[in-house]
Design a protein around this ligand. Structure first.
Ligand code: B12
Ligand code: SF4
Length: 483
């Protein structure tokens, strides 16, 4: 029987982040490059959820991922393409380069010319160059659009009535935009769809965000599942596949404290889970919440601190100032949670003086790990661009505003990184993207792994600065232990 759809995802690094990520990539990729097998090991939640939703509706759907970076998966994909699937879905959650999307589309078409191409995910939604020529693009959460589209195409009906879709002629379907199906109504992800069950997975307790920070492309309508549904999924993952490690994808896990507490109570009762989440620092100020997260198995919280300057936090519409950020971090720390702070560099209004405030904040707030994200116009819909804040203009490739250009920002971001990494008293530079490596340990053991791994990057860079080859080799040995 013909497969209805293959759901394909190829993860890659983001070109805009390369200036900052070279801090991590240079040591890892210096010849001979270290093996990064564990890094790309986790199957993506997006295509897993889509496949699960389609299968519930009676379609045959198979997710495949990282086929360009894993030989075995490429073989599987080629075999599946030989069976001439009716459609292929291309995910752009972690595919950022048009050439990668084109390569995947061309591979599908070369082996199976009649296969219908359908893209989806944040990349294709925001960037027309990530839409397949002659194919369809679903906008937003894809469960509803993909099911309706496949149903229409399979029945030979006109797909123009399908909502949230860009048609092959590049125009939006007249079906206009409709809210996607509610999360609570969707099936749980079926991790059994992969040849081997993953050790750690992503869990979507809510999507979108009720806030609209000026730099964020992620302020889609907020929708949350009940605590009972989240707990049921986590228990099913554990019971069926032995999965006890996960990361919440929610933009602010602590944003609805009653719900967060209910989830934590359930996890604490069961015991044995180890997980991470994103949270707003001010959300953690609710008494008792941070300790509840820790007791439930939370290891590390990823906090969107964004800046140490009150002026910048106001400009960003962050909704809280540096003092609340400091207090939230302190609450998390005193509960025994590892804390990671993300900072945005170059938002309209940013100057050397506001960056100096951020640096001082980073050095004094007690964070364990930090990351400096270049301000980026990821989607034309970000509030700062919509209101041309501080004279902001530009796009994906680069921007400028009254106080900075993207070129200057990258220079500053690197300078800050260099300063933080050469100060032994400052927190370690760490990338949230690399936390998936820590698949062992809990509490202090987990913390020790994180600090050892990111500490090795600091040592490597110290070795680079001083030209100490022995130090470089030692640092790489430590990194390798965790890869
Ligand atoms: C988990 C995660 C990771 C994990 C991925 C591990 C894994 N294999 O699962 C790790 C840590 C590796 C990671 C890394 C990075 N990530 Co990431 N990540 C996320 C996160 C938190 C959750 C993704 C997820 O599972 N979401 C839940 C699922 C259900 O949603 P989804 O994937 O969007 O899929 C839905 C829709 O988009 C759509 N859809 C998706 N694909 C398709 C395909 C078709 C055919 C259709 C119809 C629909 C469709 O339907 C899906 C179901 O509703 C998101 C933020 C977020 N909350 O979404 C960022 C996010 C996706 N990451 C992002 C970025 C930038 C990165 C990094 C570049 C960061 C960095 N500092 O370097 C790296 C790149 C990876 C690399 N190789 O270097 C950005 C992507 C922006 C973009 N696409 O332009 C996001 C949105 C975060 C953000 N706001 O900045 N990430
Ligand atoms: S930065 Fe965080 S809190 Fe602000 S809109 Fe984006 S997801 Fe929401």
């Amino acid at each position: 029987m013909q497969t209805d759809i293959l759901l394909l995802s190829q993860e890659e690094t983001h070109p805009f982040y390369s200036g900052v990520n070279s801090y991590f990539l240079d040591p890892l990729l210096a010849p001979p490059a270290l093996p990064l097998k564990k890094f790309s090991a986790a199957p993506p939640l997006g295509i897993t959820l889509l496949a699960s939703a389609l299968r519930r509706e009676g379609f045959t759907a198979l997710p495949l991922y990282n086929f360009f970076s894993r030989e075995k998966e490429k073989e599987r994909l080629l075999e599946e393409l030989e069976k001439k699937p009716f459609a292929a879905g291309l995910s752009t959650t972690h595919t950022f380069r048009p050439e990668t999307l084109r390569a995947a589309a061309e591979l599908v078409k070369k082996i199976s010319p009649k296969t219908v191409l359908i893209a989806g995910g944040p990349g294709a939604e925001w960037n027309e160059d990530l839409r397949p020529a002659g194919g369809y693009t679903a906008l937003g959460p894809g469960e509803g659009a993909l099911t309706e589209l496949l149903r229409a195409l399979r029945a030979g009906a006109d797909p123009a009535g399908v909502a949230n879709l860009i048609l092959p002629d590049g125009k939006p379907s007249p079906g206009a935009r409709r809210p996607p199906p509610q999360l609570e109504s969707l099936p749980f992800p079926d991790w059994g769809l992969y040849p081997a069950a993953p050790r750690g997975v992503a869990v979507q307790g809510s999507r979108g965000c009720s806030r609209a920070c000026g730099f964020c492309s992620y302020s889609a309508p907020y929708d949350a599942r009940s605590a009972a549904s989240v707990l049921a999924e986590l228990r099913r993952n554990r019971n069926l596949w032995g999965i006890r490690r996960f990361r919440f994808t929610d933009s602010d896990f602590a944003g609805d404290p009653a719900r967060a507490l209910e989830i934590c109570r359930g996890l604490e009762e069961d015991g044995g889970f180890a997980w991470t989440c994103f949270a707003r620092a001010d959300s953690l100020l609710r008494p008792g919440l941070a300790p509840a997260l820790r007791r439930a198995g939370c290891q590390w919280v990823f906090l969107g601190v964004e800046s140490g300057s009150d002026e910048m936090l106001r400009a960003m519409d962050k909704g809280c100032g540096a003092e609340a950020m400091r207090a939230g971090i302190a609450a998390a720390k005193s509960a025994g949670l590892g804390t990671h702070g993300n900072f945005v560099v170059g938002y309209p209004g940013e100057t050397r003086a506001t960056l100096a405030e951020t640096l001082a904040f980073v050095k004094g707030a007690g964070l364990d790990t930090v990351y400096f994200s270049p301000f980026q116009i990821r989607s034309p819909g970000i509030p700062a661009l919509a209101r041309a804040q501080g004279g902001l203009s530009g796009g994906r490739e680069g921007w400028s505003h009254a106080t900075m250009s993207s070129g200057e920002m990258l220079k500053y971001a690197r300078e800050i990184g260099e300063e933080i990494s050469s100060d032994p008293g400052a927190p370690l530079l760490g990338s949230e993207a690399l936390f998936s490596l820590f698949s062992e340990g809990e509490g202090e053991a987990y913390r020790a792994n994180v600090l050892e791994f990111f500490g090795a990057f600091r040592r490597w860079h110290a070795g680079r600065r001083s030209g100490n080859g022995a130090e470089l080799a030692l640092a790489r040995k430590t990194m390798e232990k965790h890869l």
